[in-house]
Design a protein around this ligand. Structure first.
Ligand code: 3PG
Length: 208
């Protein structure tokens, strides 16, 4: 898979934190039911890898990826857990090379021109822009479009249902990421219907 294909499944990739293994499958099913099938499950909790395994096994229609991949070991663990792609919050050539060698498509995190150039030098042109709002938001993405004409971004960090259309309207943005589809209170309450509804709203987003 080429990571750009991920953008072909809808305008938003949910960034998911799962604290309890029992939540993984119902949450993934709720998102898929709402029309969101590309899922980024972050490696931020002790149960994350088990959650990935469960989703890979029981929700095969999801296109499962690992977020918060910070090391080569993280990437290997994600691949072994059944992930089809990886997202990193930053970029190192070591991780870029390792993911290529293990055949794990990587969406590398960048926030500056130097990071974009390093990722480009290693062959990565579809990049996460993180943390999007804090690193300059829409004006920064517009500025990056000047020199980096062949780079497209998935901005993530601080984006909401309301602001996503403005990001999606930028020519160098193909898809955006966010955690708003899986609010902690809905997950805690097992309110999967609300998550399906949030997924439906995200899947229907269009550029402003
Ligand atoms: C993250 O890695 O935490 C994502 O960027 C999600 O950010 P958000 O919670 O601001 O959507």
């Amino acid at each position: 898979m080429n990571t750009l294909e991920l953008a072909g499944h809808g305008p938003v990739i949910p960034v998911i934190v799962i604290n309890q293994l029992a939540d993984a499958v119902p949450m993934a099913r709720a998102l898929v039911e709402g029309g969101v099938k590309v899922l980024e499950v972050t490696l931020r909790t002790p149960v994350a890898l088990q959650c990935m395994e469960a989703i890979a096994r029981e929700v095969p229609e999801a296109i499962l990826g690992a977020g918060t991949v910070r090391s080569v070991a993280d990437a290997k663990a994600a691949l072994n857990a059944g992930c089809k792609f990886a997202v990193s919050p930053g970029y190192t050539s070591e991780i870029g090379r390792a993911c290529r060698e293990m055949g794990l498509p990587l969406l590398p995190g960048t926030a500056t021109g130097s990071e974009v150039m390093q990722a480009n030098a290693d062959g990565y042109f579809f990049l996460k822009f993180f943390p999007a709002m804090q690193a300059g938001g829409i004006p920064m993405l517009k500025a990056l479009a000047g020199p980096f004409t062949d780079v497209v971004f998935c901005p993530t960090g601080g984006i909401t249902l309301e602001t996503a259309p403005q990001f999606l309207a930028l020519p160098n943005v193909k898809v955006c990421g966010g955690s708003w589809l899986t609010p902690a209170d809905a997950v805690k309450a097992g309110d999967w219907a609300r998550i399906t509804q949030l997924a439906k709203e995200a899947a229907a987003l269009r550029a402003a």
